[in-house]
Write a protein that binds this ligand. Sequence first.
Ligand SMILES: [Zn+2]
Ligand SMILES: [Zn+2]
Length: 252
Amino acid sequence: MRFCLLASGSKGNAIWVEEGPLAVVIDCGLSAKEFKARAAMRGLDLKKLKAVIISHEHRDHIQGVGPLARSLDLTVIANAATQAACANFVGKVRWDEFATGDTMNFGHLRVQTMSISHDAAEPTAFVIESDSGALGLATDLGAVTNLVRQRLLGLRSLILEFNHDYDRLMEGPYPWPLKQRVRGRTGHLANEEAAELAARLYHSDLKHLVLAHLSQTNNTPELALKAANQALKEVIEPIAAGQDEPTIVFDL
Ligand SMILES: [Zn+2]
Ligand SMILES: [Zn+2]
């Protein structure tokens, strides 16, 4: 399995996951044009792409879903509540549906879905498995629930939300209601919380730890990496994904 974060952050998210001849993308918060340009930049073959799976309906996850799906003839997959919440915005596409908790199969990829705590209709995180191992993908977490912690145990690679530095958020320019939303149980994880989760999930076969969904206003890659390195005592070299350019293509 290979994966690449084409963009990550509150201005747009898209995560490419492929196994052999087939790829899916989790979310497309980029314009279709930008998505294609970034895929090309990393040598990812758009012909492999079969589906866009939507984690939740916030704009940073669905901005380009409609145009991308229409131009590449992709199926758009979401749970019923998410679909209802964004169908108008996404426009005419071929929909497919999962019930949160289901596993979907795409060739040799098995995409497991799980419910998370975030202020959207029915937000989901994912564990994507193939014969080469499993990738856990959890961003937009208001809180780390037992379910999330359990499901992310023992995976080969992890993409975890490191949204904000607590002090930066509190001292930063966001109005109070927004600060409260971010900090709430349905908001976003702070670096320290995410680092603690990463440390709990660490095991000697963990190959990649990607810090994702960093706020450009309330975080920096340096702060996120510092928190992760402190919690993990530098047993692994985490990589911070960014908004403006794609990550490398990771090999699971
Ligand atoms: Zn988001
Ligand atoms: Zn969100």
